[in-house]
Design a protein around this ligand. Structure first.
Ligand SMILES: Cc1cc2nc3c(=O)[nH]c(=O)nc-3n(C[C@H](O)[C@H](O)[C@H](O)COP(=O)(O)OP(=O)(O)OC[C@H]3O[C@@H](n4cnc5c(N)ncnc54)[C@H](O)[C@@H]3O)c2cc1C
Length: 310
């Protein structure tokens, strides 16, 4: 069996930062990703809040992090999902789609996935006008009329992005106020092609081969409206990719985020979590990077120092 000091599951901002610090601490380190190394930030068209880069395309930032991690000597396996884990003992077992590995420490940095609405027609039209990523799919709807569902930072960022592409952007939010940064809300108010419908929810997404319309309901008056749209961008948040961890005995909070202490330590010795999958409240590249670093250095302490706190 292939034996490692640290196996890091997930090669996004958190996992790649953990990889850099683990290798530089002298740990033999394997980083696994079910897709390609880089993680979610690759979906962002422009990142303007990561220190050192006043403006950088998300894909470029992701690629820079992955190549930095490889350069220091981490072994990264793309397209190799972890599928089953045994974490209770001192030796951790990580089974993947391709192999079984032994590790002294495991770091979860599996991020999160887009939350679905559960609306009628949502699954049927996924990829046929229903999208969860404005940056990825927005350019397909240049000059069209699009609907955005949500009221947080992601929905507002997507609204601003799509207002530069679509002819008309309609935002529906089930509440009467956005829960987003003030600067985003004020930028939206300057866009002439953005219309906001408060207290509104989707009943059904309709179409033939592609999305053609939606049925909306005002949750205060119960009045329903039919609206012709070419796309529906669902932007109602994310849910953590923590099922694997949970199945192996790692404790999660009531929303499924992995519970960690200030050192990114989970309830299991030698098992750490960092980034969006952890229950740390801020979900950003900068925080994922910091948590990844802490997790790697704590894993180092756990493996190499006999006096590591228990
Ligand atoms: C559209 C968009 C724009 C954003 N813009 C910004 C921004 O401007 N600034 C900012 O700071 N943040 C931004 N964010 C948030 C930022 O992308 C995340 O906070 C950050 O990527 C979290 O990093 P992470 O490493 O925790 O998770 P991720 O980057 O999501 O990485 C998790 C990785 O784990 C892998 N994985 C999952 N399960 C498994 C498994 N079983 N086996 C192996 N691999 C697995 C996934 O494939 C993925 O690559 C944005 C997010 C989105 C969606």
């Amino acid at each position: 069996m292939d034996t490692w000091d640290a196996v890091i599951i997930g090669a996004g901002s958190a996992g790649l930062s953990a990889g850099i610090y683990a290798v530089r601490s002298g740990l033999k380190t394997l980083v696994l990703d079910e897709k390609f190394a880089g993680g979610t930030i690759a979906d962002a068209s422009l990142v303007v809040n990561y220190p050192g880069f006043a403006e950088i395309n998300g894909g470029e930032l992701a690629e820079k992090m992955a190549s930095h991690c490889r350069k220091v000597g981490a072994i990264i396996h793309d397209l190799e999902p972890a599928t089953e884990l045994e974490l209770m003992g001192e030796t951790k077992i990580v089974k993947t789609s391709a192999a079984t590995y032994e590790a002294k420490a495991v770091i979860f940095s599996t991020g999160s996935h887009y939350r679905e609405l559960g609306a009628k027609g949502e699954k049927e039209f996924r990829g046929k006008g229903v999208s969860y990523c404005g940056v990825c799919d927005g350019p397909f709807f240049k000059g069209k009329r699009v609907l955005i569902v949500g009221g947080g930072n992601t929905a507002c960022t997507t609204t601003l992005y799509l207002s530069g592409l679509a002819s008309e952007v309609i935002v529906i939010h089930r509440k009467q106020k956005f829960r987003a940064e003030e600067s985003l809300i004020s930028d939206i108010s300057t866009k002439n092609n953005v219309k906001i419908m408060w207290n509104t929810e989707i009943q059904e997404i309709k179409g033939d081969k592609q999305v053609k319309s939606v049925s909306l309901i005002d949750n205060m008056t119960n009045k329903t409206t039919e609206l012709a749209v070419d796309a529906v961008f669902v932007q109602v948040g994310e849910a953590p990719n923590s099922q694997l961890a949970k199945a192996a005995g790692v404790e999660t909070d009531e929303h499924g985020y992995i519970k960690v202490d200030g050192n990114q330590q989970t309830n299991l010795m030698g098992v750490f979590a960092a980034g969006d999958v952890s229950n740390q409240p801020i979900k950003q590249v900068g925080t994922a990077v910091g948590q990844g670093i802490t997790a790697a250095l704590e894993a180092y302490s756990y493996i190499k120092r006999p006096y590591y706190r228990k």
